[in-house]
Design a binder for this molecule. Structure first.
Ligand SMILES: [Zn+2]
Length: 491
């Protein structure tokens, strides 16, 4: 057997001003054929898992380009077309192949393309024809368009959010592909449209139990090859945005449709109950000040660069300053201009500085003050699980008793070590303000006396009922209350 694999992925927040060009891919991950490192990045696990499968089976694996950009705004048209054509050219040169196994994200939007993945899959089909196996791993924060469903044999999405299982799901993808290629299975993909959009952390109920149930069904029913929930991505203003269920069966499409519908309606019935309770900036600071003991973590949960925002909102910091709070630290506020000024001034300098809230609406106002430059670090990194996440050149400044970290590479606050590398002891603070929706939890919960989820301003379109979509469909919850009509009556 001869297989082709490649990866092209990013998550496009169409409301974000941080547009994505080729340099953004090169800064995150750009690997020409054969040069992908041994460890995968989120959407490139089909390549590293594919290498193992090829060795085990004695098959030939032809590697194409792997490209991943950290989430941001619209992709530059030339950039998308260039990366796409690079992969298509590699596939043409590799023909004939028995299958194509891709690492996609599924929420890309490029200038001129609402459905780049659909476009890529269509062009791949033109090259390989209708009989060659075509499958891909997806991030659940994606858009499952009818076009994609019609073109691929099957998709497998990560089940966990935070996405801790991207390697395991790539293994599922390859296992099903191998069974199909060796004639042991005939994957049939059934999809149910839940007609809703929501956010579904799997670290808490009710989604934890739901995902465990999907796994139990997969383990016990030999007809069911894979179950995925496409959460959907509410920051992507595209026509087919929304939550969907994928059921891949072994040639039992009707059974798959029934199961996908049953699971999808179960999810729909729990709409609005998945997210953690949130408070505004005033309540968050009030609650933190009223909590006894160690650091209280306030997560500025919607200004999360991991969701494509700039990460430069100042609303919670402004609240701290207004109340005269001391022993608080904010990590981080993205501001390359301010960092450049601090670098020029040097450690120990005291200067007038304007910083933050420069890039997007709904993120507060720039902060003006006479600041002390405490510490400067070039190419700063924080821990992230077993590896490290860069946050660029960084400046630790102090303003009215509040320590603030300014940085040049947008990064969500994964780990308390981001404060330590800047000379701030996170345990000695009363309040830590961080920028992350969910991924921070496992590391920060170890030092926090309390965690408060704060929805401050509108850096991210987190309320679909109010978001000014131009393209997204409006026939889903919460834009309308009863999108399934009669079907919900029995529930
Ligand atoms: Zn995701």
């Amino acid at each position: 057997m001869r297989l082709f694999t490649a990866a092209l992925a990013t998550e496009t927040n169409t409301f974000s001003p941080i547009c994505i060009d080729r340099r953004a891919f090169e800064a995150s991950l750009y690997a020409p054929p054969g040069e992908h490192p041994p460890t995968p990045t989120l959407c490139t696990a089909p390549i590293t898992v594919g290498r193992k499968v090829a060795v085990e089976k004695g098959w030939e694996l032809v590697e194409g380009t792997a490209a991943w950009a950290d989430p941001g705004g619209l992709i530059n048209r030339e950039t998308y077309e260039g990366l796409r054509d690079e992969i298509l050219g590699q596939l043409k040169a590799a023909m004939p192949v028995d299958g194509v196994v891709l690492g996609l994200h599924g929420a890309m939007v490029a200038s001129g393309y609402d459905d780049p993945e659909g476009d890529l899959l269509a062009r791949i089909r033109e090259i390989i024809g209708t009989d060659v196996l075509l499958c891909a791993e997806l991030d659940p924060h994606s858009h499952l368009t009818a076009k994609r469903v019609g073109l691929a044999d099957f998709f497998v999405a990560f089940k966990e959010f935070p996405h801790t299982d991207f390697v395991e799901r790539a293994e599922d993808l390859w296992r099903i592909a191998v069974d199909a290629l060796e004639g042991r299975a005939k994957p049939a993909m059934s999809v149910f449209d839940c007609r809703m959009i929501d956010v579904f952390p799997t670290s808490r109920e009710p989604m934890r139990t739901f995902v465990d149930r999907l796994k139990a069904i997969e383990a016990s029913d030999p007809d069911v090859l894979s179950l995925s929930v496409i959460h959907g991505f509410m920051a992507g203003d595209v026509p087919e945005m929304g939550t969907k269920i994928i059921c891949v069966t072994d040639d039992r499409a009707e059974k798959g449709e029934r199961l996908a519908r049953e699971l999808g309606m179960e999810l729909f019935d729990k709409r609005g109950s998945f997210l953690m309770p949130q408070v505004d900036e005033s309540q968050a600071v009030e609650e933190a000040l009223g909590t006894a003991g160690g650091p209280v973590v306030i997560a500025d949960m919607w200004d999360n660069p991991g969701g494509g925002t700039a990460g430069d909102a100042t609303i919670i910091l402004a609240e701290l300053l207004e109340r005269g709070v001391r022993d608080a630290a904010v990590g981080t506020i993205w501001d390359p201009i301010a960092v450049q000024i601090c670098m020029a001034a040097g450690e120990g300098a005291e200067i007038p500085l304007r910083f933050g809230a420069k890039s997007a609406l709904g993120t507060g106002n720039p902060i003006d003050g006479h600041v002390e430059i405490v510490r400067l670090v070039r190419d700063a990194e924080m821990r992230f699980g077993e590896s490290f996440a860069p946050f660029g050149d960084a400046a630790h400044i102090r303003l009215d008793g509040v320590d603030v970290i300014l940085n040049t590479t947008r990064a969500q606050s994964f780990d308390p070590s981001l404060f330590e590398v800047m000379g701030i002891d996170p345990r000695a603070q009363k309040i830590l303000v961080i920028k992350s929706t969910n991924h921070f939890y496992s590391s920060f919960s170890k030092i926090a006396s309390k965690i408060i989820y704060c929805a401050a301003g509108t850096p991210y379109p987190n309320n679909p009922a109010k978001t000014a979509y131009r393209k997204a469909r409006r026939d889903i919850w919460p834009m309308i209350q009863d999108p399934h009509g009669q079907e919900t009556v029995s529930a």
